[in-house]
Design a protein around this ligand. Structure first.
Ligand code: ZN
Length: 562
């Protein structure tokens, strides 16, 4: 069945709650582990229904944020999700109190109970209303960004469509494009500050009601961080500042020389080569076709996977007005498939869709086949981002299909970009930690904190005199800060593991691939660090891990400098 034939069926709140109550009762009165296992599967089917409805609404809403039907259904889902969570909470509690826990752990693994415990800590009916308000604020932010109509050089563009101008060969074009976007954010300064301020207050209050010190603690619980602490992350960030930032400064110095500027300004940051960045060669259809060929050749599993993606039309990647910004991969469990969303704009980012997002999709496809419980299919997000970021590297032998004569340029920029990204990701994480440790900060103080941290993580970057960026508000473009708090360090931890897969590939691609396949097959049946150790790789939060990897990568970059 093709995506446009997938049927959206609204989840009726009372009916759903009643079914959950029945299952919860059955769990409580079960006389043996077998009976409880049967109920776990019944609950699984029910949650699949809910997740499917949620996914279809989300996907169709983001494809067209002006579609009245799905706008309403999204509001409806935002409203009912916490109410369903209240019922699920009671079910979780019943499972946690199971006298057959060891038999259940033997069947499903320990991580299920670890996550149930976090789920219990992170939710109570006392925060339902706040969670509803939180969702509404997130939607408000997303709609505001999707509504952007940037007047530029006689045309009108959304934020994604502005991408190519920000990488233009002409420095004046890059500058004026960033200024035009900056003016959009400046024009909505009050609204953006207000939404965020409400989010911080809301989240802090949720933490308080759940008996926690602040939202940092709750954020970790909500992100299912079941194997490392904020202290471990803080230590990771410290190592990034000490061992990676100096390397990135070196890369940036080279970049400035390469593109012929004295000082790297914010509008030069993503412009890597004097004759322009590597761009995909060919039309949209040709790029998609190259993706199909790559996965067909890569392995028998990826060949089956990509055939399914095309046969069922599981892509929406062309930028159009009204479409939400960004890109994502979303599972539709009821139809046993993922869906890939993006906004192609002619930059190398388009290829990321076929490597990064398709990496998520491939992992989900593999987990579907090997893990039967929905809750154990998707790991926590650092592990999921490891799937996708590693796939970006596994695609290396096929880059030429996308980039033709610009392949070497792309390969270099991809690895440089990988290293450059980690300090930025730490900056976003560190900023959020400060914001939620000090919820009383004013919008101005938040911007000042951002500027100060930016100097520490990106000392090479000059933002002075630019609208929006200059006043320290650049973080407001980073949707994760609004929508998914503390979801950013995940990328940094994941990148650190993906780089280890890359190092293995450099020695033996095929062997690395077998390891990777085993890693994705396990889905979410273990913690992130458990999965990493299982693949024979180093924990990214271990002392010295960043230093070692960054050292190898910087050697490679020196050898491949163009
Ligand atoms: Zn991703």
């Amino acid at each position: 069945m093709k995506f446009n034939e997938f049927v959206y069926k609204r989840v009726e709140l009372e009916e759903m709650k009643e079914k959950i109550r029945q299952i919860t009762e059955a769990v409580k009165t079960a006389s043996d582990a077998e009976a409880q296992i049967a109920e776990i599967y019944r609950m699984n089917d029910l949650m699949k229904e809910h997740a499917t409805a949620d996914a279809l609404v989300y996907i169709r809403y983001t494809i067209n944020t002006k579609d009245d039907f799905y706008v309403k259904e999204r509001e409806y889902n935002d409203h009912i999700s916490p109410l369903i969570a209240e019922e699920v909470q009671k079910y979780n509690e019943a499972l946690l109190n199971s006298p057959f826990r060891s038999a259940l752990e033997a069947k499903f693994g320990k991580v299920m109970f670890l996550n149930l415990e976090l789920g219990m800590k992170g939710f109570s009916p006392e925060v339902t209303e706040l969670m509803q308000e939180e969702s509404a604020l997130q939607t408000q932010y997303q709609s505001l960004l999707a509504s952007a109509q940037i007047e530029y050089q006689g045309g009108t563009y959304n934020l994604s469509q502005m991408g190519p101008f920000t990488q233009n060969k002409d420095r004046e074009v890059r500058k004026s494009a960033q200024e035009a976007m900056g003016r959009f954010f400046d024009a909505h300064q009050e609204e953006l500050d207000e939404i965020f301020d409400k989010l911080v207050k809301n989240r802090t209050e949720q933490a308080r009601r759940l008996g926690m010190k602040n939202f940092v603690e709750l954020g970790y619980v909500r992100r299912q961080r079941n194997c490392y602490t904020p202290e471990a992350v803080s230590n990771f960030r410290k190592q990034v500042v000490e061992d990676l930032v100096p390397i990135v400064c070196e890369i940036k110095k080279n970049q400035a020389e390469r593109i012929g500027v004295d000082e790297l300004k914010v509008y030069d940051d993503s412009f890597q080569f004097p004759d322009g960045n590597a761009t995909p060669q060919g039309t949209y259809e040709e790029i998609m076709e190259a993706g199909r060929r790559m996965y067909t050749e890569m392995s028998p599993e990826t060949a089956d996977f990509i055939k399914m993606m095309f046969d069922r039309d599981l892509f929406d990647v062309v930028a159009k007005p009204g479409k939400a910004t960004g890109g994502y991969c979303c599972d539709i469990p009821g139809y046993e498939c993922p869906f890939i969303f993006s906004n192609f704009n002619g930059t190398s980012g388009d290829v990321d869709v076929l490597t990064h997002e398709a990496g998520h999709a491939f992992a989900s496809y593999m987990a579907d086949k090997h893990v039967d419980l929905l809750d154990l299919r998707l790991p926590s997000m650092e592990a999921a981002e490891t799937h996708s970021m590693s796939m970006e590297f596994f695609a290396t032998p096929w880059y030429k299909l996308f980039f033709k004569e610009q392949t070497k340029k792309y390969e270099l920029s991809h690895l440089e970009g990988t290293l450059n990204f980690i300090p930025y990701g730490c900056l976003v994480d560190h900023f959020q930690e400060i914001v939620y440790e000090h919820p009383e900060m004013t919008p101005k103080e938040r911007n000042e904190a951002w500027l100060k941290l930016d100097k520490m993580y990106r000392p090479y970057l000059d933002m002075a005199d630019m609208p929006f960026y200059g006043r320290g508000a650049g973080w407001q473009r980073q949707s994760h800060i609004y929508a998914t708090p503390f979801y950013y360090i995940d990328y940094c931890l994941a990148q650190t593991v993906a780089l280890q897969f890359w190092l293995e590939m450099e020695k033996d691609w095929k062997q690395a691939w077998e390891k990777y396949k085993a890693f994705v097959k396990r889905g979410g049946t273990d913690t992130f660090l458990g999965l990493v150790a299982g693949a024979g790789l180093k924990s990214p939060v271990e002392d010295g891990c960043i230093r070692e990897i960054a050292g190898h990568a910087s050697e490679w970059i020196k050898e491949h400098e163009l």
